[in-house]
Design a protein. Structure first.
Length: 568
């Protein structure tokens, strides 16, 4: 009888949790900050000092408040890569973060450093679909319940399965190079991801009043079937989905779950362009984006400013100058990442740097150079160029290498990178030097991939055509020979580590491993430009050390590049 009574009490208590009146809660949220901490101290701009102040002000108003982040906080600029995210963790701790989700770029430094990041955080980090198979257990919970006033809010972490390819895939593998140390629940149709999140939501709901998924999945078409909206449509029990990964500005959108109920979906964009404010309520939840705030926490600001000064002192040496911007993003729409969908002058500059460095500075033959659009993280604004500005463009610590590839492998790689052109962004879109080609975006992509989105084959028609290779000796463009062996330069990330899913490069013979990072190669190239009026090297087409190369395509002044990639 006593056991029966105890069971009744437990069931009654559970009913109160799940069916009682839920209190109002305010959630302050960020996503994809990517270590853009140098907004600090600039009027009207947002920073870690701003989120600290917003949280403090809301608490002073008597509100129940939590401050959370949806991933990609520890990597992205020189201010993070200089100490592998350690300072960023100090800033987040000082700002008063209560919880964060893992993003794919938290894996960039490798698992050993990921353990350190998790340990350094003074707040829990969540992810329900990162599964320890044989590796060292991570102190990452599938969900965490925060008690905010009298209300309990469960935060479920969701990590994009694209992490397999967007982090270096080898990081997930055991020494045999085949079996996984860690897996990410995915499913080619998304079913494993949906099931994992649904089971976690069900568990979390038993101990909370609200369930919020703090996901790093995004809404890009190229992320199907693992997008946040795909998860919402295939699950139930989620009150709100705070998203990241796609850098989308989405103040408030409602998506139907599998029971036809509306679920609020929101995302701030990226780089502290906005800070989210979510009002959880039994009546109706709502969210809005804060783009300006009139106060910032001085203690946090002072910490950030001191670190910026230290890094800038080390990396602020002036290398060159440029009268125009080298563009990663569309000049008039900063959130449209052109480098992921078309040629840009920044892509041309970076690949030319690799190409020239190997051919002229190292003195080895390099037939072509490649650079993935996802590796170019921001613009180089007009004005002085420093080591810091270049490191901010290429923050991931990728070394440049030289490998031997067949013409067929190059052709497949260009096709794989072009598979979303005309419909979506793709971090694997390839910028080129020593090559030119065309893309017919009206041809549907026939690229076949594994469940983890690694290249398998292309049984259908190719979108890429008329690929030509520059002959440095004769100054002529010649058709790509599928049977010929070419020496190709690029980041180890995709040429040796299958980054962005470029599995067609597996087994490629290494001609040279370089110990120099990509941003340093760009610095060396910039130094070779002729001096301008101020005596510094000045970036321009006519000043390039390659300007005398017969028939080579140079137009750095054009944001859309030199015409190496023609898209129909």
């Amino acid at each position: 009888m006593k056991k029966l009574f105890a069971l009744f009490v437990a069931m009654f208590s559970l009913a109160l949790v799940s069916c009682g009146q839920r209190g109002d809660v305010t959630i302050v949220y960020t996503n994809d900050v990517h270590a853009h901490i140098n907004n600090n101290g600039k009027s009207g701009n947002l920073s870690y000092g701003t989120v600290a102040a917003i949280k403090e002000d809301l608490i002073a108003q008597g509100k129940a408040v939590a401050l959370v982040d949806a991933g990609d906080f520890a990597q992205g600029t020189a201010y993070a890569s200089m100490d592998q995210g350690a300072s960023v963790m100090k800033f987040m701790n000082a700002a008063g973060y209560d919880l964060a989700a893992l993003g794919n770029h938290e894996f960039d430094y490798g698992f050993d450093r990921l353990f350190g990041i998790v340990k350094e955080a003074a707040f829990p980090i969540v992810s329900c679909n990162l599964i320890d198979v044989k590796g060292k257990p991570l102190d990452v919970a599938p969900y965490k319940v925060l008690k905010l006033g009298k209300t309990r809010v469960a935060f479920v972490g969701g990590l994009t399965p694209e992490t397999y390819s967007k982090a270096a895939p080898q990081k997930f593998l055991a020494e045999d190079g085949k079996s996984f140390l860690y897996e990410i629940a995915d499913g080619q149709d998304g079913s494993q991801l949906y099931s994992c999140i649904q089971k976690t939501v069900d568990r979390a709901a038993r101990h909370s009043d609200y369930v919020v998924v703090l996901g790093h999945l995004g809404v890009d078409a190229g992320s199907v079937p693992w997008r946040s909206e795909d998860v919402i449509a295939k699950t139930h029990g989620i009150d709100v989905f705070i998203d990241g990964h796609s850098h989308t500005v989405m103040e408030e959108r409602f998506v139907k779950n599998d029971k036809g109920q509306d679920v609020l979906l929101t995302q701030t964009g990226c780089y502290f362009g906005a800070i989210g404010l979510l009002e959880l309520s039994d009546k109706k939840s709502s969210s809005r984006l804060i783009k300006e705030y009139n106060r910032s926490d001085k203690k946090v600001d002072d910490m950030v400013a001191a670190w910026i000064a230290q890094v800038d002192q080390q990396m602020g040496t002036k290398i060159a100058a440029c009268a125009f911007s080298l563009c990663s993003n569309r000049p008039d729409q900063n959130h449209e990442r052109l480098v992921r969908k078309q040629e840009t002058n920044l892509g041309d500059f970076a690949t030319d740097a690799f190409y020239y460095y190997l051919n002229n500075d190292i003195g080895v033959n390099c037939d072509a150079a490649l650079c993935n659009g996802g590796g170019l993280r921001t613009d180089i604004p007009a004005g002085e160029i420093t080591f810091t500005s270049l490191k901010n463009v290429m923050p991931f610590g990728n070394d440049i290498c030289l490998v031997e590839l067949t013409g067929r492998q190059i052709f497949d790689a260009l096709e794989f990178g072009a598979r979303y052109v005309g419909s979506a962004e793709n971090g694997g879109f390839m910028h080129v030097a020593g090559l030119r080609f065309k893309i017919d975006s009206t041809i549907p992509s026939a690229v076949q991939t594994s469940p983890e989105k690694f290249w398998l084959s292309n049984p259908g028609p190719y979108r890429v055509a008329d690929v030509q290779v520059y002959d440095k000796d004769g100054g002529e463009w010649k058709p790509l020979d599928f049977e010929k062996i070419y020496s190709v330069a690029g980041a180890t990330f995709f040429l040796q580590e299958k980054g962005d899913g470029f599995d067609m490069f597996e087994g490629a013979k290494k001609v040279m491993d370089s110990s120099i990072e990509d941003f340093m190669v760009c610095a060396e190239y910039a130094k070779k430009f002729k001096a301008g009026a101020n005596g510094q090297p000045e970036i321009s087409s006519k000043n390039s050390p390659m300007a005398s190369w017969k028939n080579y395509l140079l137009d750095y002044e054009n944001p859309n590049g030199s015409g190496r990639i023609v898209i129909k």
